[in-house]
Design a protein around this ligand. Structure first.
Ligand SMILES: Nc1ncnc2c1ncn2[C@@H]1O[C@H](COP(=O)(O)OP(=O)(O)OP(=O)(O)O)[C@@H](O)[C@H]1O
Length: 287
């Protein structure tokens, strides 16, 4: 009998020891779960706890003090402390994460496309020379002959028995709208946003339409206001970057009045600085 009692005491001691181990294992498992809690849904945590038989049965609402191990919280207390993310919030978080991944992928794609566009533009955007022919104004006397005839890239000028022909990248005819002129200039703005220094200038004799082309009127905006508007529009579309532009607007009216003789005209043509207009130097500089 005494031996039997001794045996029972040993078994009880073993049982107590085993219970301690279960609580300790349970505690650390749940602590681990709370660390990754933000990634697990409530159901997932429950399933895990049920699998390890640590979750108290639904009927078990109260846990006696004897359940707690010295220095450790009872299992039910630990369970309620677990920071479980509710199912709906978890879905929203997963949705947000997948959206962020998509945005990041799109950004990467855009960077590749930007790189290609930059390469393409640097090939196209050399020096471009355009010629705009001003229409006759109502106050001007109509001549019975046309001193200027133009094609899409050539202009022929007849004056004093001489004829001259000039080649351009593009010729804007008399009826060309401000918008059509700006469309040709627009790629240069993209180039400015890519970090290149760009310059647009108009050259020409007084009254030929430099101010009209660059500034325009309230009804017919010229290159400068359209360019500023377009720059703001494009930069506001890219919230991930910040842009700093510096612009200079130079006016050199005397030069064309004093020196508009054929000699200077020829020199300018030869060094490829020729434009029909030269009054405004409009510089957009990337810093
Ligand atoms: N493409 C055009 N269509 C209609 N009107 C034009 C055009 N170009 C110029 N004009 C008109 O011609 C006149 C002279 O143009 P503008 O003042 O732009 O010349 P400018 O080259 O700037 O002259 P200046 O060197 O004396 O300042 C203005 O009344 C302007 O409205």
């Amino acid at each position: 009998m005494a031996k039997l009692r001794e045996e029972i005491a040993v078994q009880k001691a073993k049982e107590t020891e085993l219970n301690k181990t279960i609580h300790i294992t349970g505690y650390f498992s749940i602590t681990g779960l709370t660390r990754i809690g933000s990634r697990l849904s409530e159901t997932e945590v429950k399933q895990l706890m049920e699998a390890t038989q640590l979750l108290p049965s639904e009927t078990e609402t109260q846990v006696s003090n004897s359940d707690s191990v010295e220095g450790l919280l009872p299992v039910s207390k630990v369970y309620t402390d677990v920071a479980v993310v509710p199912e709906q919030q978890n879905n929203e978080i997963q949705h947000l994460i997948s959206n962020l991944q998509k945005v990041e992928e799109l950004r990467l794609k855009q960077r590749v496309v930007d790189g290609k566009r930059r390469q393409a533009l640097s090939k196209i955007l050399d020096i471009k020379v355009f010629c705009r022919i001003r229409p006759n104004l109502s106050k001007e006397k109509r001549r019975n002959y046309e001193p200027v005839s133009a094609e899409s890239e050539r202009v022929r000028v007849k004056f004093g028995g001489t004829r001259k022909e000039y080649a351009f990248d593009k010729v804007f005819h008399q009826d060309t709208t401000q918008e059509s002129v700006f469309v040709e200039v627009e790629p240069i703005l993209r180039s400015a946003m890519d970090g290149h220094n760009v310059c647009i200038f108009a050259y020409g004799q007084t009254g030929t339409g430099k101010t009209f082309t660059m500034d325009g009127t309230n009804e017919q905006l010229g290159i400068i206001p359209r360019a500023i508007e377009e720059l703001f529009r494009q930069t506001s579309m890219d919230a991930s970057s910040s842009f700093t532009f510096s612009m200079r607007h130079l006016n050199e009216p005397t030069m064309c009045r004093c020196n508009m003789d054929s000699q200077l005209f020829d020199i300018l043509s030869k060094v490829l600085l020729f434009l029909m207009y030269f009054e405004f130097l409009y510089m957009i500089q990337w810093l």
